[in-house]
Design a protein around this ligand. Structure first.
Ligand code: GLC
Length: 572
């Protein structure tokens, strides 16, 4: 029997380094902090961690603005700290995925500095998308593209001779100039960066804005104004252009080279067999429909792509059925596994999102402020636990975002003057942005920064309700969200649900999301979530294996906003 590649059903936990654990007490999380807390991940039972960027960066977009792709920012530690983290993770049996930001560099990157200090037609400038402006004096932007953080997508520079000069494209912050992927220098450089981290022994990459690298030739005006990253607009000239796939075919060849090496070239190989050392690539691509997204995971391209459609689907049974069916079909068409995700560092945490009324076509909020309608926290948590219970039973791989295992809500009442997400300023204070999901982790309920660091500092204030949700308040407590995650992860592994195959199950009501999936021993596991308005009975003889709320009983059935895993047909 051929071995199933590890990433096809892996559970991968996203660590946002600045907010996970702060070893040196400066209020910003760091790599030694991550290393010190890796035990949490093995205890929880995940397969891998993905680290958001820790590279040298002025941090104008929390590290997604890289000025040196081959070094660690002093705020986060050193390259030696990274090597220690990686070796320790591998010893513990955890794979490590790092973030690659290929669409843009920081404006502090030496390449961009060289570009602005060189002539308009110089090779230095041709690594970015510099263009002359429109209008008689070139004082209008070259086209109508906007930044996904708000405001124009172009900024004009002053030429070295002091005259108003060319414009450069930035689909994100003004400090994040887009690279020109038609330039071979750019392709070679980013490939060399891949190799740099592969040589150190990483197990893969999450590719930032993977759908943005290549733009339509001639940079034509967009027909419709394109919005925020989470609102992909079909046929935008800046997103999802066919040329991106050439880049990923090349990168797949690079990772295949390393996968064939088996052993970890950087040392600290971990407990895996030599033929179980695939290095993987996962796309962050806000692309619709599912068929277009599946093109990123064709056999000779990337291994995975985030399934953001699942994250964006409201808590409505029919909508979820549609999304799950479409995404499974699209992935199967190209032989790729599906991935599932409910939260990350760019979206409102699902325990909060689901605390609002759910309606078809619901637009997901882009940050919440103290003056906005506040969620029903208890309802949100109840639904979040149910949503996770569904997600972890779906075939494929799942991504978790730090703190969701605690049921952390979004920090919805952050004072506006502590906000750091560039979205807040660039949208003229109309979008609160993403700080609310990035608040430092609570590890201990009663210490000053809730165990985030040795002292009281935390780069964003932790809301009062985080204390009671801290790791030490939930560990070992029956019925806690943390113990629910641990139980689900352990059962998922034991039953090999990630390798299962899904069949929809008619539970007698459209408001019930139900499917069976095959467990490792061939038995069927029924996964049933009640999204209706009255309790639902389980089939006769069903034995509950796990439930998102403790109030499931044979007599009462499955209460509203609750999901269960139940054994229904055991064949010996
Ligand atoms: C991705 C990141 C986000 C960042 C943006 C620009 O969407 O997840 O945090 O702001 O890219 O790099």
């Amino acid at each position: 029997m051929t071995q199933r590649a590890w990433w096809r059903d892996a559970v991968i936990y996203q660590v946002y380094p600045r907010s996970w654990a702060d070893a040196d007490g400066d209020g910003i999380g760091d790599l030694p902090g991550v290393t010190a807390r890796l035990g949490h991940l093995t205890w929880l039972g995940v397969d891998a961690l993905w680290l958001s960027p820790f590279y040298t960066s002025p941090q104008r977009d929390a590290g997604y603005d890289v000025s040196d792709y081959r070094d660690v920012d002093p705020r986060f530690g050193t390259l030696a700290d990274f090597d220690t983290l990686l070796a320790r993770a591998h010893e513990l049996g955890l794979r490590v995925i790092v973030d690659l930001v290929p669409n843009h560099t920081s404006s502090d990157h030496p390449w961009f500095q060289e570009a602005v200090n060189s002539a308009p037609d110089s090779p230095e400038r041709s690594r970015y998308l510099f263009r002359d402006g429109r209008g008689p004096n070139g004082d209008e932007p070259p086209n109508n593209w906007t930044s996904t953080f708000g405001g124009p997508g172009w900024t004009r520079i002053t030429e070295p001779d002091g005259r108003p000069g060319q414009w450069y494209l930035h689909l994100f912050d003004v400090s994040q100039p887009d690279l020109d992927w038609t330039n071979p220098d750019v392709r070679d450089e980013l490939e060399s960066v891949l190799r740099f981290w592969l040589d150190r022994g990483v197990d893969g990459f999450r590719i930032d804005v993977a759908h943005g690298l290549v733009k339509t030739d001639g940079l034509p005006d967009a027909h419709a104004p394109h919005g925020f990253l989470t609102d992909p607009t079909d046929q935008s000239p800046m997103w999802d252009q066919p040329g991106v796939h050439d880049v990923y075919r090349r990168w797949r060849q690079v990772t295949e080279e390393y996968s064939r090496l088996g052993e970890d070239p950087g040392g600290g190989a971990g407990p895996w067999a030599a033929n179980d050392r695939d290095r993987i690539l996962c796309a962050e691509a806000w692309v619709k429909p599912a068929g277009a997204l599946a093109r990123y995971v064709r056999g000779d391209e990337l291994h995975q792509s985030f399934n953001f459609e699942f994250l964006m689907t409201p808590w409505l049974a029919q909508d979820l059925r549609n999304t799950i069916t479409e995404t499974l079909t699209a992935a199967e068409d190209v032989g790729a596994p599906q991935t599932w995700v409910l939260s990350n560092h760019d979206v409102v945490r699902h325990a909060t999102r689901l605390g609002y009324a759910q309606t078809p076509g619901l637009k997901q909020p882009r940050g919440i402020g103290a003056g906005d309608p506040q969620p029903d926290a208890a309802l949100g948590l109840r639904r979040a636990r149910a949503a996770t219970t569904v997600m972890l039973a779906l075939p494929g791989s799942a991504y978790l975002y730090q703190g969701e295992e605690l049921g952390l809500p979004e920090a919805t009442r952050l004072p506006d003057d502590v906000r750091q997400d560039p979205t807040w300023e660039r949208s003229n204070h109309t979008e609160h942005g993403r700080d609310g999901c990035r608040v430092p982790m609570p590890w201990e309920g009663s210490t000053p920064s809730l165990g985030f660091g040795p002292g009281p500092k935390a780069w964003l204030p932790q809301p009062p309700e985080y204390g009671a949700l801290a790791v030490d308040r939930q560990r070992g407590v029956q019925g806690s969200t943390l113990e629910l995650y641990r139980e689900l992860l352990s059962l998922r592994r034991e039953l090999r649900l990630g390798a299962g195959s899904l069949t929809w199950y008619d539970a007698g009501s459209d408001d019930v999301l139900a499917f069976t999936t095959s467990a490792a021993d061939g038995s069927a596991v029924l996964v049933l979530a009640n999204l209706g308005s009255s309790p639902v009975r389980l089939p006769n003889g069903a034995r509950v294996l796990a439930a998102s709320s403790p109030d499931v009983t044979a007599e009462q059935g499955v209460p509203i906003d609750t999901a269960v895993w139940a054994e229904i047909d055991h064949r010996d």
